[in-house]
Ligand binder design. Structure first.
Ligand SMILES: [Zn+2]
Length: 368
């Protein structure tokens, strides 16, 4: 198991969900279809089980209450809990993921942390590959007590995720203005921010016209290609951070639980550049991403760079995933002033403006 602050094999004498997730993944490796698929799926879902399976069992409840668990897996997991097997070392592809009960046990110790949260800075809508409208996302965020959200649909280069072009982005701007006007008319000062998940090529270059990006409140840049390269990618990250059109680098590693381990880089150097440019790196809080992972959050803290929290929600219910990002930042003791989402709206917007102005000066200087 990883040597994290959260250690997860057998805690207080019981087998944790984290250990069960690993046992399920290992069992999948030796299983035939369709069981293999069910085991892999349950392993991934175990991250989001709201309660420890062992506690459920102790309360004589059925394990089939847990997402992804049918009668067969329920028997298997019960056997593991009753006689815990040895959990092998977790491979990198599944390493350093918090489960929901772990994240909650971190947050419950410091309730003031979660109450600082003012918004969520990554989510998708029906404009690209999400299933909620902008208004539905905004209403769900208002329900959570937020003051703002950023709508970050995919940009045009990411066709597979329904990326939007400059024209659609302009139409989206009108829809956002209408939603904001409606909220205001109802006496709500909540604000929907215009943003985008700008698709960066492996050289850190975006796929949208600079002029249309300048109209946005904030721009998140992300890699979606060449994510399985084995060699060091430091140069790619540094050029991406130096792309003057972005202020936040989203899901930096590009890892996905039990699917892709993500890229390698000299992270301290990458975060130093982010800090120097006053840009933010994201903790993508989607359960099977959790990217930055805890080890990298620790390095980002050391560099002193800004942190952005985003759920990468694809429907309104997924806004709850923010607990993973909040817990990661708290575990690694990120200073609250460094977290964008803890800022009042006006401070957040002035930060984005000042980054843009500095980038303007820097690129002019480098050109001359
Ligand atoms: Zn993405």
């Amino acid at each position: 198991m990883t040597k994290n602050k959260i250690h997860t094999v057998v805690e207080n004498g019981f087998l944790t969900n984290s250990a069960i997730a690993e046992l399920l993944a290992v069992a999948a490796e030796g299983a035939k279809m369709p069981l293999q698929k069910a085991l892999r799926r349950a392993s991934r879902k175990a991250i989001l089980w709201p309660e420890e399976a062992a506690i459920l069992l102790a309360e004589r409840r059925s394990l089939t209450e847990l997402p992804g668990v049918g009668p067969h897996l329920s028997r298997l997991i019960r056997e593991w809990i009753e006689a815990p097997p040895l959990v092998p070392d977790v491979p990198k592809i599944r390493c350093s993921f918090l489960t929901l009960p772990e994240a909650r046990s971190v947050l419950v110790k410091k309730p003031s942390w979660g109450s600082r949260l003012k918004g969520d800075l990554q989510m998708h809508t029906v404009w690209s590959d999400g299933s909620g409208t902008i208004e539905e996302m905004a209403n769900a965020a208002v329900q959570r007590g937020y003051e703002y959200i950023a709508i970050t649909d995919h940009s045009k280069g990411l066709k597979i995720a329904g990326g939007i072009d400059e024209n659609q982005l302009r139409q989206q701007e009108t829809e956002i203005a209408n939603v904001n006007a409606k909220l205001k008319a109802n006496g709500n000062s909540f604000r929907v921010l215009r943003s985008i998940e700008l698709n960066l090529d492996p050289h850190g270059k975006g796929d949208m016209d600079d002029k249309s990006l300048r109209r946005l409140d904030v721009v998140l840049g992300c890699f979606h290609s060449a994510l399985r390269r084995k060699e060091d990618q430091t140069a790619r990250y540094i050029t991406a951070l130096k792309n003057p059109t972005i202020q936040i680098l989203g899901h930096p590693r590009g890892r996905i639980y039990n699917f892709r381990p993500g890229l390698e880089a000299q992270w301290q150097r990458v975060f130093d550049v982010a800090a120097e440019l006053d840009k933010a790196v994201e903790i993508d809080s989607y359960p099977d991403r959790q990217d930055l992972s805890l080890d990298l959050v620790k390095l980002a803290k050391k560099a002193g760079c800004r942190i952005s929290l985003g759920t990468d929600s694809h429907d309104p219910l997924q806004l709850r995933f923010i607990e993973f990002g909040l817990a990661s930042a708290l575990l690694e003791e990120i200073q609250p002033e460094r977290i964008l989402n803890f800022m009042p709206l006006n401070d957040l917007l002035s930060w984005a403006t000042s980054v843009r102005q500095r980038e303007g000066r820097r690129t002019r200087r480098e050109r001359d």
